[in-house]
Design a protein around this ligand. Sequence first.
Ligand SMILES: NC(=O)c1ccc[n+]([C@@H]2O[C@H](COP(=O)([O-])OP(=O)(O)OC[C@H]3O[C@@H](n4cnc5c(N)ncnc54)[C@H](O)[C@@H]3O)[C@@H](O)[C@H]2O)c1
Length: 430
Amino acid sequence: MSRVGVVGAGYVGLTTGACFAHLGHEVVVGDIDTDKIHRLAKGDIGILEEGLPELVAEGLSTRRLRFVVGAASAAADAEFVFLCVPTPRGSEGDADLSAVEDVVREIAPLLTPGTVIVNKSTMPVGSTALVARLLGAAGAVAELGVASNPEFLREGTAARDFLHPYRVVIGADDPAVAVRVSELYRDVQAPVLVTNPASAEMIKYASNAFLAMKVSYVNAVANLCEAVNADVREVTLGMGYDPRIGFEFLHPGPGWGGSCFPKDTAALLHTAARVDDDFPLLAAVISMNDAQQDRVVDKIRDALGGAPAGRRVGVWGLTFKANTNDLRDSPAVAIVRRLVEDGVAVRAYDPAGGESAAELVPGLEVAADPYEACVDADVLVVLTEWDEFRWLDFTRVAGLSTGRSIVDARNLLDPAAMRHLGFAYRGVGR
Ligand SMILES: NC(=O)c1ccc[n+]([C@@H]2O[C@H](COP(=O)([O-])OP(=O)(O)OC[C@H]3O[C@@H](n4cnc5c(N)ncnc54)[C@H](O)[C@@H]3O)[C@@H](O)[C@H]2O)c1
């Protein structure tokens, strides 16, 4: 069993730390956020992640998982240091690696020969080599290993995805380093792919951009369905049974968002531009995604008779997808913000992200339950696909709302049932 340091205690770092401890390693997770570390040390994970509180509690009780303030405390004595800090969108669309650079400078003098630095954050092609250069420049000993080990977990099922991944990708120039990293995953049943660092870095971006493209494709098909009287639900069912296509990421909606797809597609486009490649397909995917949000806003404005100011809209769902409390780059938040700017009174309910959304959108009212969100609403809008919205008392919903009009940006509700209750129903592509 190995001594693993993890820098960054967010979705990826916390999951990595708790899962490695579960797999038997001695893990120290460090973060600059002192409050977060104090909460984590008490087992309060602060995010909605199925199974993760239990894994953190297990790690704390076995003492295989510890939380410390700062990158240096996590890296000292570690055989492996996983970098799990943010790599947000930079001003040019590139990935901003300043947190990575800060951490490398901080930990470099502490590392002992044989330590392997592993890039788990999503970092562009060339970053493994960059980290090696930065370590050297910051005075680290020469005998260090560097590797890329991109993370593919999905928020909401992060722990399950980490422990049961579709694949583990390790990019390293030194095969011995790759073998050592792969041994950390010895008890994980998954194909392990060892590549050169650039390929590992590209695999992550190419995968995320592909999934974004799939969603944008189905959004475009849905928009066409609306124009030709086809039902996208039937169309995607007919497509998805073909295993070459599959059902996943084949649901039209208000556009993709979240903490990864927007910044990762922008960063891949930036990488392409660096080598004079316009990557027009990816550029179109990104601009189509912006247009998809506009379409939802237009549908809501239409439902309000083209005169949104002073009207009331009830919203169900604010997180970027269901089963997470993450609001980063959520299309729902962006749409709600535009409605509020239009002078619409918006009252929204979300099972997990409501309170924080109120801080992001001044003027947004947060409802305590989905029914409160409908009170006196001229239009009801579904923006996130939380399952619980399917099973509400819609007779009660109809009684509470004024306008009897629904814009269902996730195709979550049954149009026939809604129309039967007297609602004007607008879905996506149906
Ligand atoms: N969230 C996902 O679903 C997901 C999936 C795969 C990959 N990734 C990638 O993983 C990386 C991290 O993403 P995340 O969602 O976990 O981010 P996050 O914002 O949830 O967590 C990052 C953590 O790093 C800490 N941090 C920042 N600077 C630090 C420093 N100098 N020293 C110590 N700690 C520091 C922050 O306080 C924060 O707790 C990103 O590159 C992201 O693209 C994310």
